[in-house]
Design a protein around this ligand. Structure first.
Ligand SMILES: C[S@@+](CC[C@H](N)C(=O)[O-])C[C@H]1O[C@@H](n2cnc3c(N)ncnc32)[C@H](O)[C@@H]1O
Length: 327
């Protein structure tokens, strides 16, 4: 942990935008074939060469790119990981919080704390998921980061929880299906339903393919209207924290209407009681976007108000699995 407050800010604020700019210009990809001058790079990516050189020289002080003695630039291990074709590519993650649709609201955290209103809506004039519905490039980045971010959970959740007790699991707001695929792979007799907005599940067939596709249905819809009915298990990972209490309650009530008697609802969320550095900062991202992180007591109250009882909280390395039953 830093010993001086400014270590969080300098160089973090500037480095974040510098890395975003280099990733967006695809400089790490352009350097995959070997060192290049700023003039060569600028002509390939459509940038202003002398200014690109200033960017690369600044990033080189962070060991992001290296200047060679003959005036060219090369990748370093840090920027190799920003290549789109790197097996553990960090490109999407690097461009996520730094992209204007997230960076701008974070820059207005002060206004959110002062007024209690999400900065996102004030800046963009609509709610976060409404905005994504009409901004394809940002939505693609968001969905890709969700799919990559859930890779870890798709192994950790089946290890932490026995899904074989269920016949049919609906992953509500399951994105492009990465988590559901992991659970179905680990649970050979389980059937699954991926449910998300139509524009999001449109990207799911390439993930839920092969043998998994035979046990899986893909359904597009709006969880504020309804969720697929009659399953014995409903999973919501990172859904409730996207919304304030009144919207979260609507989603939970729709799940309560849909769930089979004796069924199980599983929320996969971080609880503020157990948040730590740096995951604890997620609360502030949710704040500017219009959602909130909750304590176990807050989840218990929200669930009780929507017809569920919280039966246990199973900690996993990254999130908690909150198991609930209809009452
Ligand atoms: C934070 S992401 C979580 C995605 C996934 N569960 C995961 O953990 O990777 C929230 C998801 O809710 C979906 N969503 C937002 N509004 C929705 C709505 N009205 N109906 C259905 N899904 C919605 C988004 O498209 C997105 O995939």
């Amino acid at each position: 942990m830093p010993t001086n407050p400014s270590e969080y800010i300098w160089p973090g604020v500037i480095a974040a935008q510098a890395m975003y700019t280099a990733a967006k210009l695809r400089i790490p990809d352009l350097l995959a074939s070997g060192p290049k001058t700023a003039v060569e790079l600028a002509s390939e990516c459509g940038a202003h060469a002398p200014t690109l050189e200033r960017l690369l020289r600044s990033l080189a002080t962070l060991e992001m790119f290296a200047a060679t003695p003959d005036g060219r630039f090369s990748n370093t291990p840090l920027t190799e990981a920003l290549r789109a074709d790197h097996p553990q590519s960090q490109r999407d993650f690097t461009m996520f919080l730094t992209a204007p649709f997230l960076w701008r609201p974070l820059g207005e955290l002060y206004e959110s704390v002062r007024t209690g209103e999400p900065a996102f809506e004030r800046i963009f004039g609509e709610r976060f998921f409404e905005y994504l519905a009409s901004h394809a490039e940002d939505a693609a980045l968001f969905n890709a980061v969700m799919t990559q971010g859930t890779q870890w959970s798709s192994q950790a959740l089946p290890a932490a929880y026995d899904f074989s007790r269920f016949e049919r699991l609906v992953d509500v707001g399951g994105g492009e299906g990465g988590l559901l695929r992991g659970i179905l792979e680990a649970t050979p007799r389980l059937h699954g339903v991926l449910f998300d907005l139509p524009s999001v599940v449109a990207g799911a067939a390439s993930i839920l393919k092969g043998e998994i596709a035979e046990r899986c249905q893909i359904v597009g819809g709006d969880f504020f209207e309804s969720v697929p009915e009659g399953a014995d298990a409903y999973l919501m990972k990172g859904i409730i924290h996207d919304w304030p209490d009144d919207d979260a309650a609507k989603i939970l009530r729709n799940a309560r209407r849909a769930i089979r008697p004796g069924g199980t609802l599983l929320l996969c969320e971080s609880t503020v009681d157990s948040s730590s550095y740096p995951a604890g900062l997620m609360e502030l991202l949710m704040l500017v976007l219009g959602g909130r992180e909750r304590s176990e007591a807050e989840f218990r109250a929200l669930l009780a108000a929507t017809g569920f009882s919280l039966t246990r909280v199973i900690p996993t390395e990254m999130h908690s699995l909150i198991e609930c039953h209809p009452v």
